[in-house]
Design a protein around this ligand. Structure first.
Ligand code: GLA
Length: 430
């Protein structure tokens, strides 16, 4: 009897081992081939799309130059791989509301963007409502000027030479910071009331138009100061309205679409000083009852940093705010010049894409992405959206730093495989 039963358990044991072997083989051969499938139990995996993709045509926009065949391939990768989209440029104030007044809107490209997302059943993000960059000067100009004063903007600082360099999106000169993005704050400007009114009208119109379709909004982008002890950077918003411009923007957006998730978005949160400014800012907004509902961490990083451990710490600290975390503009710079900059600043970007690639760049990029996705996965209780900032290296603002998962021909790079392997828990082959 004893012999018989041990024979049975041996058989069961062998059978179980064989089944396990078969099932292991099955897992590895049927491993998901797409990012959205690989991470479906964790978070959305999305991508910023440009106008060529949104309109499926080789239009000249966003400083990219793609022929029809390339656009078709770009669209195919976007729809196959991703389940969320963000607009690279077409919802920024400069694009959607270039002129004053109710007739000053240009909705065509933004409508195409939203329709692209709807027809492909994607989670649609809006970017961005209030920012110092890519905002036309008229927004800050006054209407009742003292006699003899004009509203003419100050000359744009000498950034033009770098703005159209390959690898940038051509908007560096419109950044606030050096010369207020072309707006002369020493001249006449709007009053607080005027600017609040314009902000209100813009937000009500744009958010209202896409109510129920755009699910998440970047309400305020990059309000934090990079250096020094000031929490907020100096910008026309902050100078003319005062620090409560942030609270007002969130209130107006909430009023326009009470169901939308409202996000505060910024860069270099890997930097501990800047991260602590963010935490201070968000806690103060929370204490005032401002409807800030998610943290957007742009995450324009490099192959040098952050490591898994560093990103783990970034997320652990951000989680103390108790809000969902969205990684909003992920790319990983492989250019030698970009190894110490995690900035989202377009003006600074030209230099960070200099110097050729780091050695062994494909492997280093794969390792960097694997570390980041390990951290995102570990923190998936809070991390709800990951957005790559561009579909491939050919259309990236950092094209020379080859920062994305697909090359300019839409072929997956080793970094793509590494990201998929993190999802399945498979160890790297090397
Ligand atoms: C910032 C902005 C983005 C984009 C990038 C550079 O991060 O939030 O919209 O302009 O800079 O492309």
């Amino acid at each position: 009897m004893k012999n018989h039963s041990s024979h049975i358990s041996l058989c069961i044991g062998l059978f179980a081992a064989a089944a396990l072997l078969i099932s292991c083989t099955t897992i590895s051969t049927s491993q998901p081939k797409t990012l959205k499938a690989a991470y479906k139990h964790h978070f959305y995996v999305g991508v910023a799309i440009n106008r060529t993709i949104a309109t499926s045509s080789p239009v000249q926009a966003d400083n990219v130059n793609r022929n029809m065949e390339q656009v078709n391939k770009d669209v195919a990768v976007v729809t196959e791989q991703f389940n969320q989209i963000s607009p690279e440029n077409d919802l920024k104030w400069q694009m959607i509301h270039p002129q004053p007044g109710p007739d000053g809107y240009n909705f065509g490209p933004a409508d195409a963007y939203v329709n692209f997302g709807l027809s492909n059943k994607m989670y649609i993000v809006g970017h961005t409502l209030v920012w110092h960059g890519q905002t036309p000067s008229w927004v800050f100009q006054g209407t009742n000027l003292p006699p003899g004063m004009t509203n003419s903007p100050a000359p744009t600082p000498a950034l033009a030479a770098t703005t159209n360099a390959p690898g940038t999106n051509g908007f560096g000169g419109r950044r606030f910071g050096r010369g207020f993005g072309g707006f002369n704050m020493n001249g006449p400007h709007a009053s607080r009331e005027e600017l609040l009114q314009r902000m209100h009208d813009h937000i009500a119109t744009v958010v209202g138009r896409y109510k129920g379709k755009i699910k998440v909004w970047d309400v305020v982008n990059e309000a934090l100061a990079d250096g020094g002890t000031n929490i907020l950077r100096t910008s026309p918003w902050e100078q003319i309205i005062g620090p409560d411009f942030i609270a007002k923007a969130f209130e107006y957006a909430h009023e326009a679409d009470p169901d939308a998730i409202l996000r505060y978005n910024d860069y270099s949160l890997e930097n501990s000083a800047k991260r602590h400014k963010l935490i201070t800012l968000i806690k103060s907004l929370q204490a005032q009852g401002v409807p800030v509902m998610a943290i957007g961490s742009q995450t324009h990083v490099s192959v040098t940093s952050p490591s898994f451990k560093e990103e783990d710490k970034v997320l652990t600290e951000l989680e103390t705010l108790g809000l969902p975390i969205h990684i909003t503009e992920l790319d990983v710079n492989s250019a030698q010049g970009g190894q110490r900059s995690n900035s989202g600043d377009v003006a600074a970007n030209a230099s960070t894409t200099q110097g050729g690639l780091v050695s062994n760049s494909d492997q280093r990029l794969a390792d960097a992405y694997a570390g980041l996705f390990r951290a995102f996965k570990k923190h998936d209780k809070y991390v709800k959206v990951i957005t790559l900032w561009g579909v491939n290296d050919g259309v990236s603002w950092r094209a020379r730093g080859r920062p994305l998962l697909f090359d300019a021909n839409d072929q997956p790079k080793p970094a793509f495989d590494a990201v998929i392997r993190v999802a399945t828990g498979e160890q790297p082959k090397s």
